[in-house]
Design a binder for this molecule. Structure first.
Ligand code: NAD
Ligand code: LMR
Length: 341
């Protein structure tokens, strides 16, 4: 009897501590643009579960009232509101600390990410114009493809509006890291929870460069052929899902997970939690390319440090040289579109 009383008192205290730590963390508004889509819905769910979020704004061109009503019933801290259509975009964005953008069309089998440019470039441009107007200080996490071009588009829109801060714009490449970790753990036969693998470059085909020579825990069980196969599988991970879905879109659930991991890291950085490091496609001087994905330290105003590549294997050096041409042309395509339209 006394034991069960003690147990229930300690559970009560633990609950109080959990509550007080959540309520002690600052108010943070997160807006998701494209919130009714395949990524948007599970991402909305995961951000609603994040105790760092106090306000969750769900925006789409259709169907957000239903998604917001559904997610809002979950008994967690974030207050959820749905916004639909152009007229409500400003209100959705007002006061946002973090804007996550999974708006736009996904691939079908046989398409490249660049085939999405025609439609998604315009969508991203419109949304970023509204961000510049309504929440110019927010961090922006770009998920919409082709990321190698949509991030430069966003940068140009913000430059035109006079609000560009390179520390606040991120291309979300976390799914490449998530895949590299999973595939590496499987091949090296190590528990996936402790695995880390940096992925650098960009987010399309050969521009995705996993650095398995820096994977932790290190493994000497992998042959050159294993490393080639792991690299190829990471680069083709998106296509693997597109083909398996056979016309019903691309990765949504794993992307929502990856987006939630990266969004959480951004919020922790904003809140001053030290040593938050994630890979992301950002403005960079790590190579001669103006945007490049590498490890980034996150802080109170976004990017605190763009970290270098570290030592690369011969295979990775070769991969780095061969990705530069394609990545540069995707970046230039984005910049030209934003400057000319
Ligand atoms: P989806 O079609 O299921 O959802 C997209 C949503 O965007 C829809 O609800 C649609 O109504 C909305 N939308 C369209 N125009 C909009 C606008 N102007 N404003 C607001 N919302 C708008 O697609 P999805 O599977 O969720 O994928 C979305 C995007 O994410 C695609 O471009 C896809 O290629 C990309 N993606 C990126 C990664 C990555 O690693 N960065 C991973 C997976 C998918
Ligand atoms: C992915 O990597 O899954 C996304 O970029 C979607 C796609 O088109 O492959």
């Amino acid at each position: 009897m006394r034991m069960s009383l003690l147990r229930s008192a300690s559970q009560h205290l633990r609950r109080r501590r959990d509550y007080s730590s959540a309520s002690a963390s600052p108010e943070r508004k997160v807006a998701i643009l494209g919130a009714a889509g395949g990524i948007g819905q599970p991402l909305a769910l995961l951000m609603k579960l994040n105790p760092l979020v106090s306000s969750l704004s769900l925006y789409d061109i259709a169907a957000t009232p239903g998604v917001a009503a559904d997610v809002s019933h979950i008994n967690t801290r974030a207050l959820v509101k749905g916004f639909v259509g152009d007229d409500q975009l400003g209100e959705a964005l007002e006061g946002a600390d973090l804007v996550i953008i999974p708006a736009g069309v996904p691939r079908k089998p046989g398409m490249t990410r660049d085939d999405l440019f025609k439609i998604n470039a315009g969508i991203v441009k419109g949304l970023c114009t509204a961000i510049a107007r309504h929440c110019p200080n927010a961090l922006v996490n770009m998920i919409s493809n082709p990321v190698n071009s949509t991030v430069p588009i966003a940068a140009e829109v913000f430059k035109k509006a006079g609000t560009y801060d390179e520390k606040k714009l991120f291309g979300v490449t976390t799914l490449d890291v998530v895949r590299a970790k999973t595939f590496y753990a499987g091949k090296a036969n190590v528990p996936v929870t402790g695995v880390n693998v940096p992925v650098v470059g960009g987010h399309a085909g050969i521009t995705i460069l996993p650095l398995f020579s820096q994977a932790t825990p290190a493994s000497n069980a992998l042959s050159h052929e294993d490393l080639l196969a792991l690299t190829k599988r990471t680069q083709d991970g998106g296509t693997e899902v597109v083909e398996a879905k056979a016309g019903k879109g691309s990765a949504t659930l794993s992307m929502a997970y990856a987006g939630a991991v990266f969004g959480d890291a951004c919020l922790k950085g904003l809140n001053g939690v030290p040593d938050i490091v994630e890979c992301s496609f950002v403005q960079s001087t790590v190579t001669e390319l103006p945007f490049f994905a590498s490890k980034v330290r996150l802080g109170k105003s976004g990017v605190e440090e763009v970290m270098g590549l570290g030592e690369l294997s011969a295979l990775e050096k070769e991969g780095l040289e061969s990705l530069k041409g394609e990545l540069l042309s995707s970046i230039e395509k984005g910049v030209n579109f934003a400057q000319e339209s």
